[in-house]
Design a protein around this ligand. Structure first.
Ligand SMILES: [Zn+2]
Length: 152
């Protein structure tokens, strides 16, 4: 998977899913250190909601570079399993910033204790959240197609 510095301009694939004002978050890679702190359960619950809606769906999947699990990267939370690593999520701050993160960010936080930038966490908490109509309205406004993340 591509590596991007947190909060750098999101330009993945150059392209179809880039929108002005979008910042990259959670595009980790081997050889790049990241801040770590064990996440609160409530934060993981919140992030799970975002990961359950996929934008920028890809073919195939990206594995975590920090562990070698093999097979499709499913994550489990509260009895539900989501296929991570095949798509991205979007989050929206109240001041108009857009954040693009790989859905693997859930795994990075839950397993590797990756600590995303505060402004991203703020957007997760304060911005419109899936499955609210306001959230899907934001995606539509940006003409970002979405689908439900595959559940096993
Ligand atoms: Zn991992």
């Amino acid at each position: 998977m591509a590596y991007f510095d947190d909060l750098s301009d999101y330009v993945y694939y150059n392209s179809a899913f880039s929108r002005p004002g979008t910042k990259a978050v959670g595009w980790l890679g081997l050889g790049h250190e990241f801040p770590a702190r064990p996440p609160e359960d409530s934060l993981l619950d919140l992030l799970w909601l975002y990961c359950s809606i996929s934008v920028a769906q890809m073919r195939g999947w990206h594995d975590c570079e920090f562990c070698s699990r093999g097979g499709a990267p499913y994550a489990e939370r509260n009895g539900q399993e989501l296929l991570l690593g095949t798509s991205e999520l979007r989050a929206f701050s109240r001041d108009g910033s857009i954040y693009a993160a790989p859905t693997l960010i859930y795994h990075y936080m839950a397993v590797h204790h990756y600590q995303p930038p505060d402004e991203f966490l703020q957007a997760l908490c304060d911005g419109p959240k899936p499955p609210s109509p306001e959230y899907f309205c934001q995606l539509d406004k940006l003409r970002l197609e979405w689908n439900r993340t595959h559940v096993r």
